[in-house]
Design a protein around this ligand. Structure first.
Ligand SMILES: Nc1ncnc2c1ncn2[C@@H]1O[C@H](COP(=O)(O)OP(=O)(O)OP(=O)(O)O)[C@@H](O)[C@H]1O
Ligand SMILES: [Mg+2]
Length: 245
C-alpha cells in the first residue's frame, strides 16, 4: 500500500474579509503526481503557498508525513527542506553562478558536504544538457535553461515532494517543451509532485490525479482517467475546452 505524504483537512485561508480557500481537503500519496487545475483566481497558487508556510491559514490542518504542521516558523524551515517549490519566475540569484546557486541551500541550510552536493548537481545538470553551464551566470542563460536550473536547485535539496506553480507560464513557447519534459521525467521516476499548469496536454501526460478548483473550493478530485475521459461535469468541460481551443 502506498504511503500518504501530505494530508490537508478543512483548510480555510482568508485575505482580509475575503475567503480565498474554502474547506479544502485532499491528500497525496507517495509517488503520486497531483495536477491542480482551475480558472485564474481560483486559489491554486495560494493553496500551494500554504503548503510550505508562505501563507498562513485561518482554519484547518496540514499533516506532512503524519506530522501536524503547527505554523511555527522553525517547523516551516524544516518542512521547506522537504517540500520544495518551483515558481513561475525562476528566482535564481543573479550574482551567483549556476553551481553557486545550486550549492547555496544544501550547504548553508542543510549543512551538507560541498563536494558531495557538487557531484550530485553536476550529474543533474548533465542529464538535462546543461553540464557546460556550471560557471555561467543566470543572465547568460535562456529562460528555459534558467527554469531547468531552478528545478535542479529544488532537486539537489532531495525533497520528499515538489510543488510546481505554472513553471512554464513566463517562457517563450519554444522553451516550454524542454521544461515540461524535465518534469515528465521526474514523474516517470515517481517523484511526489503537485503541479499547477495550464498546459493541458502535459497535464494529461503526467497526472495520476486531477483536482479542479473554482472560487477557492475543490469542485472535483478524480483519477486522471476519470477526469479526462469519464466525467461529464459541464463546468469542467467548458474549462478544458477553453484551454484547448
Ligand atoms: N496577497 C494577497 N492579498 C489579497 N488577495 C490575494 C493575495 N494573493 C492572492 N489573492 C487573491 O486570492 C485569490 C486566489 O489567487 P491565486 O493567486 O491563488 O489564484 P490562482 O488560481 O493561482 O490564479 P492564476 O491561475 O491566475 O495564477 C484571487 O482572488 C487573488 O486576487
Ligand atoms: Mg497562480
Amino acid at each position: 500500500m502506498s504511503k500518504k505524504i501530505l494530508e490537508v483537512k478543512h483548510l480555510q485561508k482568508c485575505f482580509g474579509e475575503k475567503e480565498i480557500l474554502k474547506n479544502v481537503s485532499f491528500s497525496i500519496q507517495e509517488g503520486e503526481v497531483l495536477v491542480l487545475l482551475g480558472p485564474s483566481g481560483s486559489g491554486k497558487s495560494t493553496l500551494l503557498r500554504t503548503l510550505n508556510g508562505l501563507e498562513s491559514i485561518q482554519k484547518g490542518e496540514i499533516y506532512f508525513q503524519g506530522e501536524l504542521l503547527k505554523g511555527e516558523e522553525k517547523q516551516w524551515q524544516a518542512i521547506r527542506q522537504k517540500i520544495a517549490m518551483v515558481f513561475q519566475n525562476y528566482e535564481l540569484f543573479p550574482n551567483l553562478t549556476v553551481m553557486e546557486n545550486l550549492l547555496l541551500s544544501p550547504t548553508k541550510v542543510q549543512k551538507r558536504e560541498k563536494t558531495t552536493v557538487e557531484k550530485q548537481a553536476k550529474v543533474l545538470l548533465e542529464r538535462i544538457g546543461l553540464g557546460e553551464k556550471l560557471k555561467s551566470y543566470p543572465r547568460e542563460l535562456s529562460g528555459g535553461q534558467k527554469q531547468r536550473v531552478a528545478i535542479v536547485r529544488a532537486l539537489v535539496m532531495e525533497p520528499t515532494m515538489i510543488l510546481f506553480d505554472e513553471v512554464t507560464a513566463s517562457l517563450d513557447p519554444e522553451m516550454v517543451r524542454e521544461v515540461l519534459e524535465m518534469i515528465q521525467d521526474l514523474a516517470k521516476e515517481r517523484k511526489t509532485m503537485m503541479v499547477v499548469t495550464h498546459e493541458i496536454d502535459f497535464a494529461r501526460r503526467v497526472a495520476d490525479r486531477v483536482i479542479f478548483m473554482e472560487e477557492g473550493e475543490i469542485i472535483s478530485d478524480y483519477t486522471a482517467q476519470e477526469f479526462f475521459e469519464e466525467q461529464k461535469n459541464e463546468r469542467i468541460t467548458r474549462f478544458l475546452n477553453s484551454l484547448t481551443h
